[in-house]
Ligand binder design. Sequence first.
Ligand code: HEM
Length: 393
Amino acid sequence: MVRELVYNPYLWETQHNPYPIYARLRDEAPVYHNPDLGFYALSRYADVLAAHKDPVTFVSSHGVTLEGGESGQDLLITKDPPLHDWHRKVVSRVFTPRRVNGLEPFMRETCARLLDPFVGEPGFDAVEQFSIQLPLAVIGELLGIPESLRQEIHHLADRLFTRDDTGGIPADAAAAQIEMGMLLYGIVTDRRAHLGDDVISLLITSDVTDDDGRTWKLTDEELTTRVLELAFAGHETVARLVANGVVALAWYPAQRAELVADRSRLPDAVEEMLRWDAPSHYQGRWTSTDVTLHDTIIPADTRVILVTGAANHDERVYDEPAHFDLHRRIDTTVSFGYGVHFCLGASLARLETRIAFDELLDRFPEYGIDESGIERMRSSNVRGLSKLPITVA
Ligand code: HEM
């Protein structure tokens, strides 16, 4: 008996393994409609890419998750052009190649600090003790967040991302959002009084210029939001990508051995990790007008989600998509989005992930994973693990 096709990204069963449903979406309902949750979903690579390239029809200002809770917030990701363009210009100053590449020694030192204590030990949790800690330290260093506050930011972020089965925001998640805002506001106001060589100081002193040529400086509230979005975007996603990659290489030991022997393959491995199990599984949009696609009309003013995780496994683009293959040629990716909202931290994320595996494989080339101890985090659109015990002895 063929099961009715129901795609509900909040369901635990779907979060656990969404790929069988994604295959059915691509084949049976490329413009899928869920009337109960009130959304449409695009799952084929070509359709997801085309929607990213058309931010006038598929707008972000109504939120980028299914529940759209962030709609109306002053976030870069939820601004539409032209407002988006000037704000993006300010934030993109942060990610110069010199600044990003200059972090490499710090990344390597951090990996050594995190991994060396486990040499000779039976094992450790690759999420809590490594994949979360590295990007947390890196984004903290980049932004200029005091070391003593970084763990608190991580714990607040964990609470803040939690959603229930229907996408509802639990009271604790709402409380965490307020606590996070207050913590970061405190850092910003303190930094204004003691400027340094960090990104918060750079944002404090930067000018914003709009289309009419008016120039001003960001307020403390605006600065707090810029720091909040960078702190979140910068640590959660990389943490999940590294952990998903640790699983991939444990499941494909021959490819891991190839990487151990030849580190020049690491950039290709990172691209394949991004495709194989992307940390950001969908991007939410809202239609500004009626859209006709595959003989279906998506009405104006409707939530549409662009299912990155499904696009990345589209057989129309990738042979044997479920198979991890570091020899695969990947010319474009939607794992970092595409077009006007393309991830500003992509080069930082790629560098961090490459170094994480370079350092991990130096010390533990044949690690194993304890599948019984794996735990998956529960989130609206971030896909990743919260516990990943690995054995290294
Ligand atoms: C593996 C790691 C990462 C993944 C998979 C990822 C994914 C994404 C995706 C899919 C988008 C587009 C969202 C949309 O179109 O609605 C995005 C945007 C963004 N990302 Fe990342 N990201 C990662 C790491 C980072 C890092 C390290 C930073 C910063 C330190 C960052 C900062 C941003 C910002 C600021 C935007 C908003 C850009 C805009 O709206 O113009 N990301 N990211």
